[in-house]
Ligand binder design. Structure first.
Ligand SMILES: [Fe+2]
Length: 305
């Protein structure tokens, strides 16, 4: 399997748990990136909303670069974040390139991010895409930190995109109640997470600044894909688009994408799973694990359970 992190000890934790905390930015870099957020803020166009494009949908209650209306602002954020992040990325990750860069600011009493997995950005049977989540203030449950379902990576929802139903949708409240582990991360440390891990974050209950960065990265050699469905044509037909970072700069989650090449299509229907099935699959193999290994793992689980 292609490695994600260069350091074998961190790689081991990442592969088992689906995420790992690393020391990442210096205090000076944290302050600089915080300053950049406020310097660039006047050029933000504000969030695109579902109603802007005439579609019904949940409103997002936090500042989120990805859905900003001003593409020039998104590009400036990408440049500033990658300038400081990439020397550290090169040290920590095994040859990854940046795809999407976001500031995420939760104001007081807002900013819940529902339970989800990030979209798929590549063929996850072959490689792993990651997000580096780096808080610019100390983060904890009070200010709405990231919360994980450990070991849920590459075990659910392989086909993920903005218009594709999620197989955990009907059990999401039970998962939030039973399975979450919060990340208490000091400013400047970062969490490297598999984009397929199940995660959540609650509202910011404090009056303080709650500002983090998310940088999504993909292996250098791997094409980036986007799973797209047009329900007006066929709600079960998934178009696999080959895309690049410019595609996401101009992306509007509530609009039909234009101009991207369709590399293949396939039929896919989402089935909701039960809590029992969820707990069983968490103990089972990941989608990228080979059969002999799966067999060993099953034997191990039989012995240890
Ligand atoms: Fe996420």
């Amino acid at each position: 399997m292609r490695p994600v992190l260069r350091d074998p000890a961190y790689e081991k934790i990442f592969q088992e748990e689906g995420y790992v905390e690393i020391p990442f930015l210096s205090q000076e870099e944290v302050e600089l990136l915080k300053q950049k957020f406020f310097d660039l803020m006047p050029t933000s166009g504000g969030n695109i909303t579902a109603s802007d494009t005439g579609v019904e949908g949940g409103e997002i209650t936090y500042d989120f670069t990805f859905i900003d209306k001003n593409i020039e602002y998104k590009k400036a954020v990408f440049d500033e974040i990658t300038k400081i992040f990439m020397p550290h990325v090169k040290k920590w990750l095994a040859d990854y390139r940046p795809l999407i860069a976001n500031y995420i600011r939760k104001k007081t009493a807002g900013g819940e991010v529902p339970l989800h997995q990030n979209w798929a950005f590549a063929d996850e049977r072959k490689v792993t895409t990651v997000s580096i989540w780096c808080p610019l203030v100390d983060s904890n449950v009070e200010n709405g930190t990231l919360q994980m379902v450990p070991r849920s990576q590459k075990r659910f929802g392989e086909v993920r995109g903005p218009m594709i139903p999620w197989e955990l949708d009907s059990i999401k409240h039970d998962i939030i109640e039973q399975c979450l582990v919060p990340c208490n991360v000091k400013a400047g440390n970062a969490v490297v997470l598999d984009d397929s891990i199940v995660h959540y974050s609650a509202i910011n209950k404090t009056n303080d600044l709650r500002l983090t960065i998310q940088l999504i990265l993909i292996p250098d050699e791997e094409p980036s894909i986007h799973y797209h469905v047009n329900p007006a044509v066929d709600k079960n037909q998934v178009n696999v688009l080959e895309v690049d970072k410019d595609f996401y700069m101009e992306f509007n989650p509530w609009k039909q994408p234009e101009g991207a090449r369709v590399v293949r299509t396939f039929q896919h229907e989402t089935q909701q799973i039960t809590m029992q099935e969820f707990k069983k699959r968490i103990k089972g193999p990941k989608i990228d694990e080979k059969q002999p290994f799966n067999l060993l793992r099953r034997v191990r689980d039989l012995i240890t359970n």
